[in-house]
Design a protein around this ligand. Structure first.
Ligand code: HEC
Ligand SMILES: [Cu+2]
Length: 403
């Protein structure tokens, strides 16, 4: 769903204007040090191509007219060979194309090889979202709504080299920030790197007013006042159903703000259920399929899930209790919710027991379900004599799945 806010955001974004071409050349803003080089090489190659096209087509049309068949004029025999001419039309393009190759190759290498002292950030791409892990272990808990889905917001220091080391969880993705001009594929079985230096911030960039006393905590680092510039991140490799929604925001901020934000992100307040759920959603990518505000996505919303009776694809209605949640996370194929696709991967071996317990705790608090807190968990064990005790729950689910 595209909301008016999204439209305004798209219309205001120089990258989007550049992408969708309504702003002309002035809108082709670049966000990184390398972008102008990419743009000018692109334009040079474009005009060389235009020139070659015009020359070739011009000659073709000229010869078609000049040597057309006319009554009474015998056809001319083709010239079979002209060494000087052939040398010229082989060597001249060779020189131009060799130049193009090296020029492109050097820019490619500049994007590939990090400057000394570059800020190392680990990127994980998964269906269908991104996780950045910063050098201090921080993970962004911030998100913003773009076209109906929650997307993560990452901070990047302005005018500092940044090196991304990227891997994918199970299919190929491609990291693409149009404003930075580079694009790099991300694979499940190896690391690829991408480096850039975001342009310094200027007076023209927006200023984020600090928001005081806002309890909704949805805006990025709302209580800080700081200058910033946002860029879109897209996935440029078709990677499944929601490939087109695999977006994120890279927010360029000054290094001092960057440091502050990282410090805060490294210590999310996991005594707050909403912060905890957002932390889990971003760390493990649940955010691409689950909302916490009641809207349906690829998977059921986590709002008012725990403690409710829900229908499963096998026709059974079950109470969503601790065992249901455990099966959902560690063996999702075993019990599929009616009306939802079997698209969730198991987090067995990916999500630690500690984080699972945090998730389980958070999802049953009254901030997220009006059947919370706690009492349901206590009751559930007694009401369901067939359930395995917590330790055996995973095994039971596995047997039941039978696949
Ligand atoms: C690729 C999309 C996707 C991702 C990523 C994903 N899920 Fe799901 N999830 C689903 C779908 C689809 C369902 C409904 C089908 C089913 O029950 O397996 C579901 C169901 C659930 C349920 C409800 C099960 C029930 O019995 O009501 C929970 C809880 C859940 N997921 C938790 C998580 C958690 C926690 C994560 C991240 C660690 C996560 N999911 C990541 C797609 C996803
Ligand atoms: Cu992708």
């Amino acid at each position: 769903m595209i909301t008016p806010a999204t439209v305004t955001m798209l219309a205001d974004d120089p990258v989007a204007r550049w992408l969708f071409g309504s702003g002309g050349r002035a809108a082709q803003q670049s966000g990184s040090a390398i972008a102008p080089a990419v743009d000018s090489l692109f334009m040079v190659i474009f005009w060389i191509s235009m020139f070659s096209f015009a020359l070739l087509m011009g000659l073709v049309l000229y010869f078609v007219f000049r040597y057309r068949a006319r009554p009474g004029v015998p056809g001319q025999r083709s010239v079979s060979h002209n060494t000087p001419l052939e040398l010229v039309w082989s060597i001249a393009p060779l020189i131009v194309m060799t130049w193009m190759f090296f020029k492109g190759f050097w820019i490619f290498m500049d994007m590939q090889i990090a400057e000394a002292g570059a800020e190392p950030i680990a990127v994980v791409a998964r269906q269908w979202t991104w996780t950045f892990t910063y050098p201090n272990g921080a993970i962004s808990p911030e998100k913003t709504r773009i076209a109906g889905t929650d997307n993560p917001v990452f901070v990047i220091p302005a005018d500092m080299p940044v090196k991304l080391t990227m891997s994918a969880e199970n299919v190929i993705h491609s990291f693409w920030v149009p404003a930075f001009r580079g694009k790099r594929d991300i694979f499940p079985n190896r690391y690829t790197t991408y480096q850039f230096r975001a342009n310094p911030l200027t007076e023209d960039d927006p200023w984020h007013e600090p928001v005081v006393g806002d309890e909704t905590r949805t805006g990025p680092f709302h209580e800080l006042g700081y200058r910033y510039r946002d860029h879109y991140v897209f996935c440029a490799e078709f990677c499944g159903d929601q490939h087109s929604e695999m977006a994120a925001i890279i927010r360029v901020v000054n290094p001092d703000v960057y440091a502050k934000v990282l410090e805060r992100w490294a210590t999310p307040d996991l005594t707050d259920p909403i912060i905890t759920l957002n932390f889990i959603r971003n760390k493990y990518g649940c955010v691409s399929c689950h909302t916490i505000d009641g809207t349906a996505s690829t998977g059921p919303t986590w709002k008012n899930l725990f403690g409710y009776e829900v229908l499963y694809a096998d026709g059974q209605t079950r109470l969503v209790d601790a065992d249901r949640i455990r099966i959902a996370v560690y063996d999702p194929a075993a019990e599929i919710r009616a009306g939802f696709p079997n698209q969730m991967n198991s987090y067995q071996g990916t999500m630690s027991q500690e984080h699972f317990e945090k998730f389980l705790w958070a999802i049953q608090q009254k901030e997220i379900t009006d059947k919370g807190p706690k009492s349901i968990l206590d009751d559930a064990g007694q009401n369901q004599p067939n359930d395995q005790p917590a330790g055996g729950g995973g095994d039971g689910g596995g047997d039941g799945g039978g696949e």
